[in-house]
Every structure is written in C-alpha cells, then in structure tokens.
Design a protein around this ligand. Structure first.
Ligand code: GLA
Length: 256
C-alpha cells in the first residue's frame, strides 16, 4: 500500500501539474464514426455540426455513458471554417456551427458533460483546416474563452525538427490561460512509426495523454496491430503512464 501511494506521489510530482486526468480520460469523439463529413445537405444527421454534437451529448447522458464515467465529448477535425477571422482567431464553420463554439460548450456543460476540441500543431490540420502554427497564443486563449476542457493537438503538416518544442510551448500557453484543459498530444504518433523513439519523460512533463501509434480503424486487424505495438514496446513506455499522464492507444480504453 505504501509503495502504491508513494509511486503515485512521485509520478504526479514529476508530471504535468495541472491536476487533470488523474484517471485515464474517458469519453467519445467524432472521428471514428463521423470522420470529416461536412455535407449537411446529403448527410443532415451525420455531418460535423452543432446538431450532431448536441444529439450525441444527449445520448451520452440518456444512455448512461456519463453515469459510467464517459464524461468528455470531443469534436475531432473538420469543425472549422477554412479561414481564420479578421483578427486571426479560429472560427467554426458558420453553416454547421451557427451558434458558435462557446454556446455549444455551454450546452454540453449544462447537461453535465465536459467539452473537447481538435487542433493541429501544423500549418494545417490533417484534413486541411487552419493549423495552429503562428497562432499559438491566440488559439490557447480562444479555447480558454470558449471554456474548452480538453484539447487534442494533432501533428500533421509541421517540420519534425521543431514539432516537439512547439507542443511544449503550446502546453505552457494553455497553462498560462488558467483554465484547466486536458492536453492530448500526438507527437509520438508522428515519430514512432518512423523509427524515432519519442522522449517519454518530456511527454510526462508536457501532456496529460499522448497518442503513441496508428489511428484506430473499424477493423480487427487494425486493433490487433495497435495491441502488437504496445506489447512489443511496453517495457519502454509503460512506466511513463500514471495519474495525470497516459499512453493513449487511440480511443481504446486500455491502460498501458
Ligand atoms: C489524424 C489523427 C486522427 C484524426 C484525423 C483528423 O489522422 O490521427 O485521429 O484526428 O487526423 O483529420
């Protein structure tokens, strides 16, 4: 018992000290099911929109997911307009999110859930929407102003040599907003498949969780490939997982 308490103390003391994700964050995100569906004429109930998020949020509550601990609803890629606004701030697609992100976060909070959103440490997101490079401070403040609780920061379209420093800098800027925001990093998923061994100590100090490997897909072989990576690399990565900082096999709720 003493050993367990002692190790928890050590791991939290050395980690990102924002007091969040003391257990692995649980929730639901749009990507696996709804991808980048943006045509609401052809797919009115499936396009990435405030209506979709509200419907899914309602279901998370009425179907008992929130009661079971799935507290985050996270909008993945494709929520943005193709351009920033005249002040350089991110804005959502006006047709699909006519009430704006703050109003959506308010709705999500009003039914007892927490609200998460996606951006990318790059010049563009993986699906081609505005990326965060050149706007780190503005975007951290925008997310705080919108009362976001969780950010997934992806890693498409960047220069690998400055990527890790960029993630570290954005983490500091998030902390500086004083809003508690879970910080999900993706940089190992852009290093490990290239044979680069990520700096897990830096991940612990910077992020609440991090994607280690490939995207999960709706196929058993893909799930087993992810499991194979974790079983082959567990001796190297397992010790870095603990309260406040977790390995993330991508939407698979397993604690490695
Ligand atoms: C990458 C990520 C996915 C998803 C898409 C969105 O592929 O790994 O999880 O966020 O981008 O474009």
């Amino acid at each position: 018992m003493f050993f367990v308490v002692f190790s928890i103390l050590i791991s939290t003391a050395c980690g990102l000290d924002n007091g969040l994700a003391l257990t692995p964050p649980m929730g639901w995100m749009t990507w696996q099911r709804f991808r980048c569906i943006t045509d609401c004429v052809i797919y009115p109930t499936e396009c990435i929109s405030e209506e979709l998020i509200k419907n899914m949020a309602d279901l998370m509550v009425s179907e008992g997911y929130l009661a079971a601990g799935y507290e985050y609803i996270i909008v993945d890629d494709c929520w943005m307009a193709k351009e920033r606004d005249e002040n350089g701030r991110l804005k959502p697609d006006p047709d699909r999110f006519p009430s704006g992100i703050k109003a959506l976060a308010d709705y999500v909070h009003s039914i007892g859930l927490k609200f998460g959103i996606y951006e990318d440490y790059g010049t563009k997101t993986c699906a081609g929407y505005p990326g965060i490079i050149g706007h780190l401070e503005t975007d951290a403040q925008t997310f705080a102003d919108w009362e976001v609780d969780y950010i997934k920061l992806d890693g498409c379209y960047n220069n690998r040599s400055t990527m890790v420093d960029g993630y570290v800098e954005f983490g500091k800027l998030l902390n500086r907003t004083n809003r508690p925001i879970v910080y999900s990093c993706s940089w190992p998923a852009y290093e490990e498949p290239l044979g680069i061994k990520s700096d897990y100590q830096k991940l612990v100090e910077t992020c609440n969780l991090w994607r280690n490997w490939d995207d999960i897909e709706d196929a058993w072989t893909n799930v087993t490939n992810i499991l194979k990576w974790f079983s082959s690399n567990q001796d190297r990565v397992a010790n870095y997982s603990g309260p406040g900082h977790w390995n993330d096999p991508d939407m698979v709720n397993l604690v490695f």
